[in-house]
Design a protein around this ligand. Structure first.
Ligand SMILES: Nc1ncnc2c1ncn2[C@@H]1O[C@H](COP(=O)(O)OP(=O)(O)OP(=O)(O)O)[C@@H](O)[C@H]1O
Length: 308
């Protein structure tokens, strides 16, 4: 994490509601606020349907926010037209890596054209030679053989395809990458390789990551800070170690208890903590700082108890 804690992305009171036929409204993201610091990996964790992907997609402005603000390097991007020239500039700085490397790469395009898409859109290269040279560099950066740039996605394994997805995201030299469950579809043996690669590249390029995952098993190792999301709200946010060693929200505790332990003896005795999913959010609760840098969704009385 950067020492100065310079904020790169700031999300303020974001609401993203979907109208699924009156009077039904899905509150996918419901009044969520957090900052992401330059150079850090910010983990966003929660079970399926908790609103993680919608949060990521709202930041990159794939949706028009229902309410609230998104700031990128201090500029409010929540009101910029999503297909206008101004947004195009910001898109160059914010890229996305998707969960399914099979679905997210066009099977009819050669790898070099997939990777160069951003270069073309943003007119970043002036000749075919320059384009090829850049694609080679990018393939090399993700440890793929540059000679394979004229191949098609089906000729690559799952892990290799995710590397292609990473190269595509890196092509425009972004500052910030949203990785939406980038390893969930991969074999466990490949997951660590892809994560290590992402971390190496992060160091080299000073990148900031928003890393979305449905469980804490990998995220706790790679994130500087973690936000736990439940039913459209952030219920806890703290440094990764703090989340792991001192979880305060019952939902966080249940997520932690779901992580398998590598030691078979300890694994045998692992008890899962259940979370009562019927428990509603109450009007007097909000996300508040209960310990330095540790935020919990609770009421004032609960907060005061933890503070003392
Ligand atoms: N475009 C949309 N239209 C209507 N409802 C949507 C849309 N996108 C998401 N939702 C709903 O919003 C809620 C949050 O979805 P979201 O995909 O953000 O959750 P998630 O935590 O990322 O889950 P997953 O891991 O399954 O992707 C879900 O109830 C989902 O059905």
């Amino acid at each position: 994490m950067s020492d100065q804690k310079e904020v790169i992305v700031s999300v303020k009171n974001l609401k993203q509601y979907f109208n699924i036929g009156k009077p039904n409204m899905v509150k996918a993201v419901d009044d969520v606020s957090f900052d992401i610091y330059k150079g850090e990996t910010f983990g966003l964790v929660g079970e399926s349907g908790s609103g993680k992907s919608t949060t990521g997609r709202s930041i990159i402005r794939l949706y028009n926010p229902t309410d609230g603000h998104i700031y990128f390097n201090g500029q409010d991007i929540s009101t910029i037209k999503s297909h206008g020239p101004k947004m195009k500039e910001f898109r160059r700085e914010m890229q996305m890596i998707f969960q399914d490397p099979y679905a997210s790469l066009n099977p009819r395009m050669k790898v070099k054209d997939i990777i160069a898409e951003g270069l073309d859109v943003h007119h970043l290269v002036n000749s075919e030679d320059e384009r090829d040279k850049r694609v080679r560099e990018l393939l090399d950066m993700v440890n793929l053989n540059p000679e394979h740039m004229t191949r098609y996605p089906y000729e690559f394994s799952g892990g290799q395809r995710q590397r292609i997805g990473i190269a595509r995201a890196l092509a425009v030299d972004p500052q910030f990458i949203i990785a939406d469950e980038p390893i969930s579809a991969l074999d466990v043996s490949i997951q660590a390789q892809v994560v290590n690669l992402m971390q190496d590249i992060q160091k080299k390029k000073g990148l900031t990551y928003l890393f979305i995952a449905h469980d804490l098993s990998m995220v706790k190792y790679i994130s500087d800070r973690i936000a736990v999301m439940y039913r459209g709200k952030i219920v806890e946010l703290a440094d990764s170690d703090e989340i792991y060693n001192n979880p305060l929200h019952a939902y966080t505790k249940s997520l932690l208890s779901a992580i398998p332990v590598p030691d078979p003896e300890i694994e045998k005795t692992r008890t899962r903590i259940d979370f009562d999913h019927k428990r509603p959010f109450l009007d007097d609760q909000r996300l508040q700082e209960v310990l330095p840098g540790h935020f919990l969704y609770c009421n004032d009385e609960q907060a005061a108890k933890i503070k003392n």
